[in-house]
Design a protein. Sequence first.
Length: 379
Amino acid sequence: MAPDDMAMRLKEIQDKVSESLQYSIDSLATLREEERERLFEIRTRRESVQKELNEVIVASEKAEAEYRRSRQILLDASRSGDESREKEAYERAMNLMKIRGAFEEREKHLAAQRDDLDREERRIERLITRSEEMGNRFRVVLNLLNFSIEGEENGSLSPEQRDFSAGLLLAERESVSLARELHDGPIQKFSAAGLMIDLAGEFLSRGDFGKAREELARTRSHIGDALEEFRSFLFQLNPTGLKDGFDVALNRLVSQTSAVSGADVRYAVEGQSDRLSLPLRTAVFKIIQQAVVNAVKNGRAHRIRILVSIGREMLRVKVVDDGLGFDVEKVRSEAEEKGTWGLMNMEDRASMIGGELTIASEPGKGTSVSLSVPVPLPR
């Protein structure tokens, strides 16, 4: 086969693969929308079942109290020797026992129904998350394939294309991680707050104002924690203050981390950061941010120190913590399987800005993250 015919044949194959990938992306998007509608229905049904369950629990408790009183009345009637009174008390006790039993059966049925809905909710959430991950990966592959086609036509991939491809992969990882953290963090807290409000309402309907106040106080605390986590996520997505250098952004990072985790976090900046470009500052800051998040979330560190040194030709960063430490190679090798890309994202960012990242850690000995990046000479 002639070279031109071979190139044309390869182009046809690549076009078909691109079409197939795009079809898969569109199908996954349709699946996600259908499952999101199903998830909304499940959650609505779950709320209804939980509300009915709460009502049945309250009614069951009242029936139980009435049944105990009827037993005492029956005992008193039996001791009095009044057969008519004893018979009436016995019939009432038996009737209340049946009512109590019916409530207990209804409570068990509703609890089982709620648990089934919880399992279905988790299943759909996992399906949506996996479809998002697959869709993101298909989009990355599609873009890489298109870049590959352009590169072959032009002879090679341009540096801009390589950087953009790496950026797409980085964005895909971060979107999956963010979705997981949002679900496991503030979204769970808001769901719990909703249940707490329902419970407070039940206490109010029973006249137990003390417990209702306690439950509402817990709800307020839960919502406050969730809002603080949302602010932290927004700051991770779009760090503010970097246009003026590192100090403002680092100060906010340190304050937020200390407030949420209770860790002793401090930083120092040496040299002039205003001569660094904003994209460079942003990339470096996000590496620091990821190192701090890892130290608190995975390392459970109590003490974290951040040093940024900007020299004439080199920018150096060091983040040291006293956390649990870990086996670096093991974590790196398991990243793809577990979907934990913190270290890989840091390394990719460093590579994209022409820097070198070193992570030194051992179990029980804390972690040290070092970054060195060449910087433009001052004019």
